[in-house]
Design a protein around this ligand. Sequence first.
Ligand code: GLV
Ligand code: MN
Ligand code: MN
Length: 417
Amino acid sequence: MREDTREAVERVDEARLWRRHEEMAQIGAIPGNGVNRAAFSGEDIRARRLLLSWAQARQFEVTMDAIGNLFVRRPGLDAGAAPVLSGSHMDSQPRGGRFDGIYGVLAALEALEAIDDAGLKTRRPIELVAWSNEEGGRFGPCTMGSAVHTRARSIDDFADVTDNDGIVLKDALAATLEATPEAGTRELNTPAAGYIEAHIEQGPLLEMQGKTVGVVTGIQGLRWFNVEVFGETAHAGTTPLRVRRDAVRSAISIINALHELTADPDDVLRFTVGRMLVTPNSTNSVASHVLFSVDIRHPDPATIRRLGEAVEPLARKAATPCEVKVTATLHDDPCVFDAGVVDTIQHAADELGVASLRLPSGASHDAMYMSRVCPTGMIFVPYEKGVSHNEAENATPQDLAAGARVLTAALLALANR
Ligand code: GLV
Ligand code: MN
Ligand code: MN
């Protein structure tokens, strides 16, 4: 390892990194040690402002694109060279933990500060990116910020999406954009020389195998649908069952059929209905309308395609006597990360003597969209018992810092190419 790289790695400050997690965890804190920091909410805005204050204290330039992705830049010697990027997201699930997403943002900030504290000059600029609305828990689908930034999707595709309270995305986004007037304007899809995202593993393998860092090889495929079932509201006490068009009953039939479609004896396939809105949502009225979500994941692109194509015909058949409308909201094929970036991360871990494991990601990440536009990789760190999308998410300061050291070394390698 180069002497200057080692100097920067030694400046990674475990206590500072942990303190920042604690500070961020106060924004949207919920009982049980978790956070609820929905995308484009007041809590999201407070997290953005806190990140901005840390960037400004270092005189790092901050820019923001049309979907609210925030970029924090440490300049390079070659101002015209495309930057190397690192980051993740600051939004959370409604009952989320204090590490999902924010770790990758704070690890990237720690890398920038450690490199700065060591007084290093890099050929390329290094930029932290905090992606907007990665979770999709309030406004679906997930990984929206990176999808829009890389032009895989248009912002117009999502402008009219509503949350469970009927708030429209474009209004919440406008308020979020207005809240950080200090940020300069950033175009969409600006060139990037590479991207590395650090994240908690969200699975149990690193902990089970006693490893400190995961060198991630890729991300499994993902499809999302909204299924709307249209029935007719009626009196629960008087309307005979045989004449009802009960949207809840039909929704249950569809979900049961989807469970049969996705049954997998090997337990590789993932199928989830996690969101359901019932109208009028009254104990003694038959439901006239149900909206529910479908999330299907698998590492094989052919399987994910076949299953995705089966959803609508199956829903139609099972919906009788109700009507059904199926809207596909996300189709991400599995991605394989760049071999060069994966090797750079592996090399950094080996040289630092950090025990590592190669593994694929079951969760989706903004790295998936970035992998389409530049060489990309990810670093995982372990956390307790594989519990995620849950308030109880827990990680140790030591492991978070070890991941940030590997990240720092890998970013320096890419930034000096
Ligand atoms: C991201 O949180 C995902 O759903 O995988
Ligand atoms: Mn995440
Ligand atoms: Mn998540």
